[in-house]
Structure formats: structure tokens, C-alpha cells
Design a protein around this ligand. Structure first.
Ligand code: NAD
Ligand code: ZN
Ligand code: ZN
Length: 336
């Protein structure tokens, strides 16, 4: 089968003919129809993070397609079912986290396109308990970004504890951020968006943000404080240390700063202000299968729609180059 393979950190991916995966009794084989390109895939291929993937690797954790083979121990899925294979490729199912609805924190989890091969391929073997079915009426290409960008931002907004009518500042209007704007609006929050350039400004405003500030030309912190008197919550998907600091500086007393983006840097926090202002700083990592079902439901009801440019697997190195330059509007989805 055809796949995009990373064989060396920092090098380009190669389109190769690799062996089609064989499934275990608890698995299904998915014929991939589309796979979104997440910035995490770029971090994976660059070896950016402390825990690095083993190479060679087939990246991709927004792969969606149809089941073409069902393992002998699987009874709840059938040939032809339309499913997605998210970042949470599998979890143990019996640890403290799995038992308390926090399977995304399971220490024994595997991750698609990181610890196991993912969706940048014609076929992908998946754990039957952890694929999530697509609602009827959602096409493969439009659904793909929801399996990471969608669920991650939907979950982060839930973690933010914001209530309808609250101000939420969203740092980054990229693949994740443009969906964050839509989920936030659908959840009744007032949105301030931060990114750079006219394309991101127009995108954020067209999706329902009340205002947009440009991190290259505006005094983001001063402007947000002036507009909102401090936001109730922030969600930072920016791949930028400076963006994280600003997202902390604009939270009002008692507010919550949700960290989602993963630049490979530290974020120093002022103890005095954090204590005196009663600010919470919390990480949020993807979401559970239940979060994913809920997030897909928003899209199925037409409340959220990923802005997509469709490309093919052969374009992956150009897509990564554009992503590094911050030149992508919305999400790129490769049809496979
Ligand atoms: P992307 O490249 O599509 O978007 C990032 C956006 O951030 C771009 O639009 C860029 O212009 C903007 N940006 C850069 N500096 C900024 C700043 N100072 N202020 C505001 N915006 C700024 O990337 P993506 O696919 O949306 O992923 C974003 C990050 O989230 C990556 O680090 C990725 O690994 C991470 N991620 C985390 C999770 C999670 O579960 N926590 C899930 C998926 C992705
Ligand atoms: Zn992702
Ligand atoms: Zn577990």
C-alpha cells in the first residue's frame, strides 16, 4: 500500500510502497479516505518533544475511512462502518484514569501516527474499542479535522469552565484555532481571537469572533484588557512561547488559562500574580471518545464546519512547509 513515511527527524517524508497492515483479533482494518494534517505531525517528524517516536513512522491522527476487515474478537463494528482513528489510538481500559473518564491521561495509551503507524496511508490497523464512528451525513474530508483539531478544542473549552456570555480569548487561529472559534461561539462564549495577517483576521471574524488582534502589529495584552477587562478564560493553540505568556496575561482574576499548543519550550509563571489573582493554568490533551462523539455531533448539526483545503498524500512536504510558515488558512486534508 502507499504511505508517507518519516525515516529521519527533520528530513522530508517519502511516499513509499509498504506492507499493508495485518490485523489482530481486537482490531479493524480501515481503508483511509482522508487524513487531516495536524501541527503535531510536524512536531513528530522533527522529533521536537522529550518522548520521540520510533522511526520509520507513518504519521497521521486525523485518518477517517471505512472498515474493510473486522478482527475475530470484534462484535460491535461491521464491514463498511465509517470511523476515524484519533490520537488516542488505544488506552488500557482499567487504570485509574481510564476508569474515571480520563482515558486521554492513561499512562499506557498508544498514539496514532506517533507510537504506532497512523493515517498517512491507504490502510491503517486500529483498535476496535477506540475508533469512533462518524455520524451519517458528514463526509470523510470534512470530518477528518474533527478527530484531532475539533475534539481537542472542544475539550479545551469544556476544561476552561467558561459559561455562556463569558469572554474567551483564543490564541492561534490555525487548524485547531479556527475550530475553537466555532465551538466557542456554539457554546455561547464571546470570542477574542489572536493570530496574524488579514486571512486569519477575516477567518476569525467570519466564524463569529467579536474582535481580532494581530500578534505582530497590535499590543495584544493591552488591547484585550481594554476590550474585555480581562477574559474569563483563554485557550492557547499558538506554537509560540510568547503567545502562551500573553494568554496568561489577559486572564482576569479567578480565570483559567488552558494550554493546548505544544511548542518545545518552558513557560515561566509569576508566582505572585498567579496566587494573588487566583488564576488557574491547566493543560488539556485531546479528548475522550465521548468528547469526540459530542464534538462530531456539533458538526453533524451544522454548528461547526472545518474550513478545508483538499490535497493529496504526495503534497505532504509542501503542506509541512506552509504550516511552518503559518500560511495555512483552516486545515489541510489529504484525500487518500
Ligand atoms: P497550526 O500551525 O495550524 O496553527 C497554529 C497557529 O498559531 C497559526 O495560525 C499561527 O499563525 C498561530 N500563532 C503563532 N504564533 C502565535 C502567537 N504568538 N499568538 C497567536 N497565534 C500565533 O497548528 P495546529 O494544528 O492548530 O496545532 C497547534 C498546536 O497545538 C501544535 O503545537 C500542536 O502540536 C498542538 N496540539 C495540541 C493538542 C493537544 O491535545 N493539546 C492537539 C493537537 C495539536
Ligand atoms: Zn493533532
Ligand atoms: Zn488506562
Amino acid at each position: 500500500m502507499k504511505a508517507a513515511v518519516a525515516s529521519k527527524f527533520g528530513a522530508i517524508l517519502k511516499i513509499e510502497d509498504v506492507v499493508k497492515p495485518k490485523i489482530e483479533p481486537h482490531q479493524v482494518l480501515v481503508k483511509i479516505h482522508a487524513c487531516g494534517v495536524c501541527h503535531t505531525d510536524l512536531h513528530a517528524c522533527h522529533g521536537d518533544w522529550p518522548v520521540k517516536p520510533t522511526l520509520p513512522l507513518i504519521p497521521g491522527h486525523e485518518g477517517v475511512g471505512e472498515i474493510v476487515e473486522v478482527g475475530s474478537a470484534v462484535s460491535h463494528l461491521a464491514l463498511g462502518d465509517r470511523v476515524g482513528i484519533p490520537w488516542l489510538y488505544s488506552a488500557c481500559g482499567h487504570c485509574e484514569y481510564c476508569l474515571t473518564g480520563n482515558e486521554n491521561l492513561c499512562l499506557s495509551q498508544q498514539n496514532a501516527g506517533y507510537s504506532v503507524d497512523g493515517g498517512y496511508a491507504e490502510y491503517c490497523a486500529a483498535h476496535a474499542e477506540y475508533v469512533v464512528k462518524m455520524p451519517d451525513g458528514l463526509g470523510y474530508v470534512e470530518a477528518a479535522p474533527l478527530f484531532c483539531a475539533g475534539v481537542t478544542t472542544y475539550k479545551a473549552l469544556k476544561v476552561s469552565g467558561a459559561k455562556p456570555g463569558d469572554w474567551v480569548a483564543l490564541f492561534g487561529v490555525g487548524g485547531l484555532g479556527h475550530l475553537a472559534v466555532q465551538y466557542a461561539v456554539a457554546m455561547g462564549f464571546r470570542v477574542v481571537a489572536v493570530d496574524t495577517g488579514d486571512a486569519k483576521r477575516e477567518l476569525a471574524m467570519s466564524l463569529g469572533a467579536e474582535c481580532f488582534f494581530d500578534f505582530k502589529t497590535d499590543d495584544v495584552v493591552e488591547d484585550i484588557l481594554a476590550k474585555t477587562n480581562g477574559v474569563h478564560a483563554t485557550v492557547c493553540t499558538a506554537v509560540s512561547k510568547a503567545g502562551f505568556r500573553q494568554s496568561y496575561d489577559v486572564v482576569r482574576r479567578g480565570g483559567k488559562c488552558v494550554l493546548v499548543g505544544l511548542p518545545p519550550e518552558d513557560m515561566p509563571l509569576p508566582i505572585f500574580n498567579t496566587v494573588l489573582n487566583g488564576v488557574s493554568v491547566v493543560g488539556s490533551i485531546v479528548g475522550t471518545r465521548k468528547d469526540l462523539e459530542e464534538c462530531l455531533e456539533f458538526a453533524a448539526r451544522g454548528k461547526v464546519k472545518a474550513i478545508i483545503k483538499e490535497k493529496s498524500l504526495e503534497d505532504i512536504n509542501d503542506i509541512f512547509a506552509d504550516m511552518e510558515k503559518g500560511e495555512i488558512t483552516g486545515r489541510i486534508v489529504m484525500s487518500i
